[in-house]
Design a binder for this molecule. Structure first.
Ligand code: ATP
Ligand code: MG
Length: 181
Protein backbone atom coordinates (compact mmCIF):
# COMPACT_ATOMS: atom_id res chain seq x y z
CA UNK A 1 0.00 0.00 0.00
CA UNK A 2 0.90 3.62 -0.18
CA UNK A 3 1.44 4.92 3.30
CA UNK A 4 3.82 6.53 5.74
CA UNK A 5 5.12 3.90 8.18
CA UNK A 6 7.31 5.87 10.57
CA UNK A 7 8.32 9.41 11.43
CA UNK A 8 11.64 9.66 13.29
CA UNK A 9 12.50 12.96 14.91
CA UNK A 10 15.79 13.86 16.55
CA UNK A 11 16.44 17.43 17.60
CA UNK A 12 13.51 18.81 15.61
CA UNK A 13 11.77 21.62 17.57
CA UNK A 14 10.34 20.18 20.82
CA UNK A 15 11.79 16.71 20.07
CA UNK A 16 15.02 17.00 22.02
CA UNK A 17 14.83 13.27 22.68
CA UNK A 18 14.96 10.95 19.68
CA UNK A 19 11.38 9.86 18.99
CA UNK A 20 9.86 7.38 16.55
CA UNK A 21 6.18 7.63 15.66
CA UNK A 22 4.74 4.47 14.14
CA UNK A 23 1.85 5.03 11.74
CA UNK A 24 -0.65 2.52 10.41
CA UNK A 25 -2.07 1.85 6.94
CA UNK A 26 -5.25 3.80 7.60
CA UNK A 27 -5.75 6.72 9.92
CA UNK A 28 -3.20 7.64 12.57
CA UNK A 29 -4.21 10.30 15.08
CA UNK A 30 -1.86 12.37 17.17
CA UNK A 31 -3.26 13.59 20.45
CA UNK A 32 -1.70 15.62 23.24
CA UNK A 33 -1.97 18.71 25.41
CA UNK A 34 -1.55 22.22 24.02
CA UNK A 35 2.07 22.86 23.21
CA UNK A 36 3.02 19.17 23.35
CA UNK A 37 4.29 19.10 19.75
CA UNK A 38 1.44 17.89 17.50
CA UNK A 39 1.87 20.69 14.95
CA UNK A 40 5.64 20.19 15.14
CA UNK A 41 5.16 16.64 13.82
CA UNK A 42 3.22 17.90 10.79
CA UNK A 43 5.85 20.57 10.20
CA UNK A 44 8.56 17.92 10.38
CA UNK A 45 6.86 16.05 7.52
CA UNK A 46 6.70 19.20 5.38
CA UNK A 47 10.31 19.98 6.24
CA UNK A 48 11.63 16.59 5.10
CA UNK A 49 9.71 16.93 1.85
CA UNK A 50 11.73 20.07 1.14
CA UNK A 51 10.00 23.03 2.79
CA UNK A 52 12.30 26.04 2.33
CA UNK A 53 10.32 28.67 4.18
CA UNK A 54 11.19 29.05 7.87
CA UNK A 55 8.08 31.22 8.28
CA UNK A 56 5.77 28.42 7.22
CA UNK A 57 7.39 26.38 10.01
CA UNK A 58 6.68 29.24 12.43
CA UNK A 59 10.33 30.32 12.64
CA UNK A 60 12.46 33.29 11.61
CA UNK A 61 15.35 31.33 10.17
CA UNK A 62 15.64 27.63 9.39
CA UNK A 63 18.04 26.94 12.31
CA UNK A 64 15.16 27.85 14.67
CA UNK A 65 13.79 24.34 14.16
CA UNK A 66 16.79 22.84 16.00
CA UNK A 67 15.90 21.87 19.58
CA UNK A 68 17.00 24.81 21.69
CA UNK A 69 16.98 23.12 25.07
CA UNK A 70 14.89 23.17 28.20
CA UNK A 71 15.81 23.77 31.85
CA UNK A 72 16.87 20.11 32.14
CA UNK A 73 18.18 19.34 28.66
CA UNK A 74 20.85 21.06 26.61
CA UNK A 75 20.29 22.36 23.07
CA UNK A 76 21.08 20.15 20.10
CA UNK A 77 23.55 20.98 17.36
CA UNK A 78 21.55 19.23 14.65
CA UNK A 79 17.97 18.42 13.74
CA UNK A 80 17.20 15.28 11.79
CA UNK A 81 13.89 13.87 10.58
CA UNK A 82 13.38 10.65 8.63
CA UNK A 83 10.14 9.49 7.00
CA UNK A 84 9.79 5.85 5.96
CA UNK A 85 7.18 5.03 3.36
CA UNK A 86 5.85 1.61 2.44
CA UNK A 87 6.78 0.91 -1.18
CA UNK A 88 5.75 -2.72 -1.63
CA UNK A 89 3.63 -1.77 -4.65
CA UNK A 90 6.34 0.52 -6.07
CA UNK A 91 4.25 3.68 -6.04
CA UNK A 92 7.57 5.46 -5.70
CA UNK A 93 9.78 4.63 -8.69
CA UNK A 94 12.54 2.99 -6.63
CA UNK A 95 13.16 -0.73 -6.43
CA UNK A 96 12.87 -0.98 -2.65
CA UNK A 97 10.11 -2.31 -0.38
CA UNK A 98 10.57 0.73 1.86
CA UNK A 99 11.76 4.20 0.97
CA UNK A 100 13.18 6.51 3.61
CA UNK A 101 13.64 10.22 3.13
CA UNK A 102 15.84 12.14 5.54
CA UNK A 103 16.83 15.73 6.11
CA UNK A 104 19.34 17.26 8.50
CA UNK A 105 20.26 20.78 9.39
CA UNK A 106 23.21 21.97 11.48
CA UNK A 107 23.54 25.21 13.46
CA UNK A 108 25.89 26.47 10.74
CA UNK A 109 22.88 26.35 8.43
CA UNK A 110 24.33 23.44 6.44
CA UNK A 111 21.67 21.04 5.25
CA UNK A 112 21.65 17.49 3.94
CA UNK A 113 19.06 15.27 2.25
CA UNK A 114 18.96 11.50 2.06
CA UNK A 115 17.03 8.88 0.11
CA UNK A 116 17.50 5.40 1.60
CA UNK A 117 20.50 6.74 3.53
CA UNK A 118 22.36 7.98 0.44
CA UNK A 119 23.11 11.69 0.18
CA UNK A 120 21.01 13.35 -2.50
CA UNK A 121 20.06 16.87 -3.56
CA UNK A 122 16.87 18.68 -2.56
CA UNK A 123 15.87 18.45 -6.22
CA UNK A 124 15.94 14.64 -6.04
CA UNK A 125 13.55 14.60 -3.09
CA UNK A 126 11.18 17.10 -4.71
CA UNK A 127 11.20 15.20 -7.99
CA UNK A 128 10.58 11.83 -6.32
CA UNK A 129 7.31 13.11 -4.87
CA UNK A 130 6.08 15.19 -7.80
CA UNK A 131 2.65 14.05 -8.94
CA UNK A 132 2.33 11.64 -6.03
CA UNK A 133 0.19 14.21 -4.25
CA UNK A 134 2.60 14.18 -1.29
CA UNK A 135 5.00 17.07 -2.00
CA UNK A 136 5.84 19.91 0.37
CA UNK A 137 3.26 22.18 -1.32
CA UNK A 138 0.73 19.47 -2.09
CA UNK A 139 -2.87 19.09 -1.06
CA UNK A 140 -1.85 16.11 1.13
CA UNK A 141 -1.02 18.46 4.01
CA UNK A 142 -3.78 20.77 5.16
CA UNK A 143 -2.59 22.74 8.11
CA UNK A 144 -4.61 25.37 9.91
CA UNK A 145 -5.65 28.21 7.63
CA UNK A 146 -4.83 26.45 4.35
CA UNK A 147 -8.43 26.16 3.17
CA UNK A 148 -8.88 29.90 3.66
CA UNK A 149 -5.68 30.59 1.77
CA UNK A 150 -6.66 28.33 -1.11
CA UNK A 151 -9.96 30.11 -1.53
CA UNK A 152 -8.26 33.49 -1.66
CA UNK A 153 -5.35 32.44 -3.88
CA UNK A 154 -4.71 33.78 -7.34
CA UNK A 155 -5.79 31.72 -10.38
CA UNK A 156 -2.12 30.87 -11.04
CA UNK A 157 -1.64 29.45 -7.57
CA UNK A 158 -4.82 27.47 -7.83
CA UNK A 159 -3.77 26.11 -11.19
CA UNK A 160 -0.72 24.54 -9.50
CA UNK A 161 -3.05 22.43 -7.40
CA UNK A 162 -4.98 21.20 -10.43
CA UNK A 163 -1.73 20.38 -12.18
CA UNK A 164 -0.71 18.24 -9.22
CA UNK A 165 -4.05 16.43 -9.38
CA UNK A 166 -3.72 15.91 -13.11
CA UNK A 167 -0.18 14.61 -12.73
CA UNK A 168 1.55 17.07 -15.04
CA UNK A 169 3.79 18.87 -12.53
CA UNK A 170 6.59 16.41 -13.12
CA UNK A 171 6.78 17.27 -16.83
CA UNK A 172 6.80 20.99 -16.10
CA UNK A 173 9.47 20.56 -13.43
CA UNK A 174 11.72 18.57 -15.79
CA UNK A 175 11.25 21.12 -18.59
CA UNK A 176 12.15 23.99 -16.27
CA UNK A 177 15.22 22.13 -15.04
CA UNK A 178 16.26 21.41 -18.64
CA UNK A 179 15.79 25.05 -19.61
CA UNK A 180 18.13 26.14 -16.78
CA UNK A 181 21.02 24.20 -18.35
P1 ATP B 1 -1.71 23.08 20.20
O1 ATP B 1 -2.59 22.00 20.73
O2 ATP B 1 -1.76 24.32 21.03
O3 ATP B 1 -1.88 23.33 18.72
P2 ATP B 1 0.70 21.54 19.62
O4 ATP B 1 0.64 20.17 20.23
O5 ATP B 1 0.39 21.65 18.16
O6 ATP B 1 -0.19 22.55 20.46
P3 ATP B 1 3.24 22.62 18.89
O7 ATP B 1 2.85 23.96 18.36
O8 ATP B 1 3.57 21.54 17.92
O9 ATP B 1 2.14 22.11 19.92
O10 ATP B 1 4.49 22.75 19.86
C1 ATP B 1 4.84 23.96 20.43
C2 ATP B 1 6.00 23.73 21.38
O11 ATP B 1 7.19 23.45 20.64
C3 ATP B 1 6.26 24.95 22.22
O12 ATP B 1 6.31 24.54 23.58
C4 ATP B 1 7.62 25.42 21.77
O13 ATP B 1 8.39 25.95 22.82
C5 ATP B 1 8.26 24.14 21.28
N1 ATP B 1 9.32 24.43 20.33
C6 ATP B 1 9.25 25.02 19.12
N2 ATP B 1 10.47 25.15 18.57
C7 ATP B 1 11.34 24.63 19.47
C8 ATP B 1 12.77 24.47 19.51
N3 ATP B 1 13.55 24.88 18.50
N4 ATP B 1 13.31 23.89 20.60
C9 ATP B 1 12.53 23.49 21.62
N5 ATP B 1 11.21 23.60 21.65
C10 ATP B 1 10.62 24.16 20.60
MG1 MG C 1 -1.04 22.73 17.04
Amino acid sequence: ARYLKTIELDGFKSFGVKTAIECVDGITGIVGANGSGKSNVIEAIKWVLGEQSAKSLRGEKMEDIIFNGTHSRSPKSMAEVTLTFDNTNKWLPLDFEEVSIGRRIFRSGEGQYFINKSRVRLKDVVELFLDTGIGRDSYAIFEQGKIDRLLSESPEERRYLFEEFAGISKFKFRREEAEKK
